[in-house]
Design a protein around this ligand. Structure first.
Ligand code: NAD
Ligand code: WQD
Length: 374
């Protein structure tokens, strides 16, 4: 009996000790300083997917976005997906004083991922100054804030557009930069130059990620691409046609020097792309970067023609797409896909989702959007 009581008392004490220990661990976890990353343009398409990937990796995230091409609701959706609504600051990064005061009030940032920019090629030809002002001044204001507040690590959204039509495929990071065919593309080339010179001068580390053609949406179908007006890009035009928002997809040219005559691109799932940003920021935080400024291609390394994309969409959606071949779109290049071996070797990153997965997630997102409007 007595032995039984002693045993029960010991068990009771042990349970209490365990509970106290786990309370201490939880308190320590709560107090543990999580690394905080600033995501500019975090309410946008690629930024929102990246905020999720960062939070899921344990980072605390602050978003700056002026909502010029996005909605505040995206921040709530991120909270629904991860269980943590990121800190949100709505302002224009072209505002130098406002940007400086953000950096002054947020000491100790582990890094910045800078997505915020205008991105419509056609619009940039109609109003180039709007593009130079928005894309370049916001980058300069961020570099200024990082420099003054000793924030060391920057990931920058660049684009395959810097290559133009390269002489050799697949295109490597070392391939020559061709003269830009749009003001938008020129802002990416100029931004890369600004970074190249700034890192050395101000003791900043930077990684520029040259995305190929980002498509698809988060598997929850709670966030995805939200194009304003008539989409310029292929995938949203396909899904909007299939849902009945557009009557017919125009395929811009079938007389290119490619196997089926339509242009070839390297489409990459936005969730794979988002993961690469976490890898890039961790590489700099862990001081694993080979130099102060690195550049990586982010694609799958496989090219698909417009007709192959349509076929994949028709297969996964089970719908026939209404499309017709029309003339070429001016400024379009014939074919482009990435050599991804450098990202694979150095970042240890590779895209995992195939074209069917990209089309299926884009389709689910379009359907979810339609339902939310019903
Ligand atoms: P997006 O328009 O969905 O997101 C950009 C976000 O930045 C938007 O939410 C917008 O409101 C915000 N923003 C723009 N200017 C701002 C400013 N001055 N201050 C504060 N916020 C501002 O675009 P995305 O597709 O997510 O692209 C993100 C980045 O990736 C951009 O830099 C873009 O040029 C680059 N990129 C995109 C693609 C693509 O096809 N989507 C391809 C290559 C590179
Ligand atoms: C893909 C293919 C079109 C629409 C753009 C930017 C580039 C980068 C990625 C940011 C092309 C064809 C398209 C349509 C079509 N963005 N198409 N009918 O042109 O490769 O690149 O986005 O940095 O800078 O230029 O992408 O999706 O517009 O076109 O036939 O209605 O689909 O001709 O071959 P693109 P896209």
């Amino acid at each position: 009996m007595a032995g039984g009581r002693a045993q029960r008392t010991a068990t009771h004490k042990r349970k209490h000790a365990d509970a106290r220990a786990s309370l201490r661990i939880n308190m320590a976890k709560k107090n543990e300083k999580r690394l905080k990353v600033l995501v500019t343009g975090g309410a946008g398409y690629i930024g929102s997917h990246t905020v999720i990937a960062l939070q899921q990796q344990g980072f605390e995230v602050a978003v700056i976005d002026n909502l010029s091409n996005s909605h505040a609701g995206v921040i709530d959706r991120i909270g629904e997906i991860t269980g943590e609504r990121p800190e949100f600051h709505e302002f224009d990064l072209v505002d130098r004083r406002r940007t400086a005061s953000f950096f002054a009030a947020n000491a100790g940032l582990a890094g910045v991922i800078h997505f915020a920019a205008h991105k419509a090629v056609g619009e940039s030809m109609k109003d180039p100054l709007m593009y130079y002002r928005n894309n370049l001044i916001s980058l300069m204001n961020i570099l200024e804030g990082m420099r003054r507040r000793n924030v060391a690590n920057l990931v920058f959204s660049s684009s395959c557009t810097v290559y133009g039509q390269p002489d050799e495929l697949p295109v490597k990071e070392t391939s020559p930069i061709k003269e830009a065919v749009s003001a938008y593309g020129n802002t990416k080339q100029m931004s890369e130059d600004i970074l190249r010179f700034s890192v050395h001068a101000y003791g900043i580390r930077a990684i520029a990620l040259r995305y190929f053609n980002p498509v698809g949406a988060h598997e929850s179908a709670l966030i995805g691409e939200l194009p304003r007006g008539v989409p310029n890009n292929l995938t949203p035009f396909i899904t909007q046609t299939a849902i009945g928002k557009r009557e017919c997809l125009s395929v811009f040219g079938s007389d290119y020097n490619t196997p089926d005559g339509t242009p070839i691109r390297d489409y990459i799932h936005v969730v794979d792309l988002a993961r690469a940003h976490v890898t890039a920021v961790e590489r700099m935080i862990g001081k694993k970067a080979k130099s102060d400024y690195e550049i990586f291609n982010l694609g799958t390394g496989k090219g698909y023609s417009v007709l192959e994309v349509i076929r994949s969409f028709e297969k996964v959606s089970g719908r026939k797409l209404n499309y017709r071949i029309v003339g070429r779109r001016s400024g379009d290049i014939e074919q482009l896909w990435a050599d991804t071996s450098y990202a694979r070797r150095e970042l240890g990153w590779k895209a995992e989702r195939d074209l069917d997965a990209m089309m299926l997630s884009a389709w689910k997102w379009e359907q979810a959007l339609a339902q939310s409007k019903e």
